[in-house]
Design a protein around this ligand. Structure first.
Ligand code: MRU
Length: 369
């Protein structure tokens, strides 16, 4: 079900037995929300980019599991474990690169395993509570990232970012955009340069819209204009988000990030990654191991329904790329800065928090038959 609504940057709203998502494919032209009632619908919304951004898809997946848990209760409750396992499976596989998706699903599965003696309704209630907690915590984490990162932008008159890492991509406030927001709130005055981020245009459609709504000066540029912009001296910092940070500090993020990191290094500009600790994946040792999602050819061949590439021509459409650690100045997390040498600093950051302990089964494992 979809409906027009007053426009806010709230990507995800939980209504007890349904999940409302702002359809990000339609922004900024139209504010339309979709209402979902099953995990399968949530997985489809994640795959088709109704909701996108690493933390946001993790939060949506957590709610998706809660939806199917409550449906199992409505069906008598006997199938709650199998149904939650099946939901976890379909949601964890919806997109491969962002580790936050798997992290959120695993966290929900742990909650299910905690209370086998509870009634089905009690277990569903606990799962719903966990999804809400994941959502609330994300906003708190983003504000902490903003607080730690904002001082890095003091004195900058131009900050370049890529893709969308704001409220729309998270539970609220944002990671890289949270850092930018906080710096602005603290009184630093700069212009944000938002790369348009082909082919989905997260930069021009979403980031520029979010910043403009808040009165933060923003300029859109085509992705290929970043080099000359930096050469002209307009940019003093690049700030991006991440979908996964490997144990060696390699950063998977929206395709184009790697090129921006090389450009930043060539121009002596710091390159910052803002990401929650749940984005670190110590089980992935090197960047080359990070699975990169390839998306349909027609996302490149068509722009808003207008054909810009012949249907007969092949398309290369990776959604993400991997930036080697040598180009990353620092990763800004909710606990502070993680700096090179990354093997050591990441092991300490993640080891201390226990965010990604274990590493055996990918999530709940398949449903018992
Ligand atoms: O394909 P998307 O729009 O989900 O890609 C999003 C990004 O690459 C973001 O930079 C990343 O998920 C961090 S969002 C806080």
């Amino acid at each position: 079900m979809s409906s027009a609504s007053p426009c806010t940057t709230r990507a995800i709203a939980w209504h007890g037995r349904s999940l409302e998502l702002l359809d990000q494919r339609r922004l900024p032209r139209a504010c339309v929300t979709v209402t979902l009632t099953t995990a399968a619908e949530v997985a489809k919304a994640i795959r088709s980019m109704v909701v996108r951004g690493a933390p946001a898809i993790g939060i949506a997946a957590a709610y998706g599991i809660a939806l199917d848990a409550w449906r199992a209760v409505a069906d008598g409750g006997g199938g709650i474990e199998a149904d939650v396992h099946a939901a976890a499976d379909i949601l964890a596989r919806a997109r491969p690169t962002a580790v936050h998706l798997r992290w959120a699903v695993e966290r929900m599965c742990k909650v299910l395993e905690e209370g086998p003696e509870a009634s089905p309704a009690g277990r569903a209630r606990r799962l719903e509570q966990e999804a809400r907690t994941i959502h609330d915590e994300d906003v708190t984490i983003n504000r902490a990232i903003g607080k730690h990162g904002a001082p890095l932008l003091e004195g900058c008159s131009g900050v370049l970012t890529h893709c969308n890492t704001g409220s729309l991509a998270t539970g609220g406030y944002g990671t890289a955009l949270g850092m930018i927001r906080r710096a602005w709130e603290d009184g630093t005055r700069f212009r944000v340069y938002a790369c348009e981020t082909r082919p989905f245009f997260q930069g021009s459609r979403l980031t520029a819209w979010e910043l403009d709504n808040e009165g933060i000066p923003v300029t859109i540029l085509v992705d290929s204009a970043a080099a000359s912009l930096m050469a002209g001296g307009a940019v003093q910092a690049v700030v991006v988000g991440a979908d996964r940070v490997a144990a060696d500090g390699s950063v998977a993020n929206k395709v184009g990030t790697y090129g921006l990191a090389i450009l930043a290094a060539a121009h002596g500009i710091p390159f910052y990654v803002a990401a929650p600790l749940s984005t670190f994946d110590p089980d992935t040792i090197r960047g080359a191991e990070i699975p990169i999602e390839f998306r349909p050819a027609d996302e490149v061949r068509f722009v808003e329904g207008v054909q810009v590439g012949a249907s007969t021509v092949d398309v290369h459409n990776p959604a993400f790329d991997v930036t080697p650690p040598r180009y990353v100045t620092a990763v800004i997390t909710e606990r502070g800065l993680v700096k090179p040498p990354f093997e050591r600093s990441i092991a300490m950051a993640v080891g201390r928090t226990g965010q990604r302990e274990g590493g055996g089964s990918p999530w709940c494992g398949p449903a018992e038959t």
